[in-house]
Design a protein around this ligand. Structure first.
Ligand code: AMP
Length: 225
């Protein structure tokens, strides 16, 4: 990654699983053209294709545990190197450990770039459990639905592409509780790391999607800090 990336927007969607990071990132991608990079989606695709990374990642994902940093870091490094023509990146589900956050800072600093915003969707556990246990995802395009709050027009079919709506294997109650615990134990500490840099925007993740999106987009529209 040799070229200058000082003007590139690097936005991190941060928060527990089910906080709405993917939903908000999709909207930002649509409106601003930034590339939505969900490490969970990248891993699920690798699992589907049974690649070596996918086979390794699956054992951790099924239990709701974090895939080791030595698997994750090259994935993100490659993504940054491959995609040079986008105005910005929206990371969703990355970083999840301090080591991942430090690696991202280091790779970006080699080109003069930096993380310019961390959008923290602060969401209580009871809201998360309800959201995730009712979440359905389109197997073809990844669009997210909910059995109560975001139903498709035709039962079981994606409004956008007609794909099948399925429940993610790790969206079962037992795995959700483990994912929340992993978040508290291994991921939440990164907030302090970001707070120290003065780039954190905290948003109430329990609000309806439209409402939190308004706050987020107004913040993103400001110039890069
Ligand atoms: P997500 O779709 O972001 O909820 O991620 C689903 C699963 O993929 C997580 O429960 C982890 O097992 C794995 N995963 C995704 N992103 C990361 C990451 N940055 N570091 C470690 N594991 C990850």
């Amino acid at each position: 990654m040799g070229e200058d990336r000082r003007d590139m927007r690097i936005i991190i969607m941060f928060g527990p699983p089910g906080a709405g990071k993917g939903t908000q990132a999709e909207r930002l991608q649509e409106e601003f053209g930034f590339l939505h990079v969900s490490t969970g989606d990248i891993l699920r695709e690798a699992v589907e294709r049974k690649t070596p990374v996918g086979l390794k990642a699956k054992e951790y994902m099924d239990k709701g545990e974090l895939v080791p940093d030595d698997v994750m870091i090259p994935i993100v490094r490659n993504k940054l190197e491959e995609c040079k023509d986008v105005p910005g990146f929206l990371f969703d589900g990355f970083p999840r450990t301090i080591a991942q956050a430090e690696m991202l800072d280091e790779v970006l600093s080699q080109t003069g770039g930096s993380i310019d915003r961390v959008i923290y969707l602060n969401t209580p556990s009871d809201v998360i459990v309800k959201r995730l246990s009712g979440r359905r995802t389109c197997e073809s395009c990844g669009k997210i639905y909910h059995v109560v709050t975001m139903r498709p027009e035709i039962e079981g079919r994606c409004d956008e592409c007609g794909g099948n709506l399925v429940q993610r294997e790790d969206d079962t109650e037992k795995t959700i509780l483990n994912r929340l615990q992993v978040y508290e134990e291994q991921t939440a500490a990164i907030l302090e790391y970001f707070k120290g840099k003065g780039i954190l925007l905290e948003v109430d993740g329990a609000l309806p999607v439209e409402e939190s999106y308004e706050t987020i987009r107004a913040n993103v529209m400001q110039e890069k800090a």
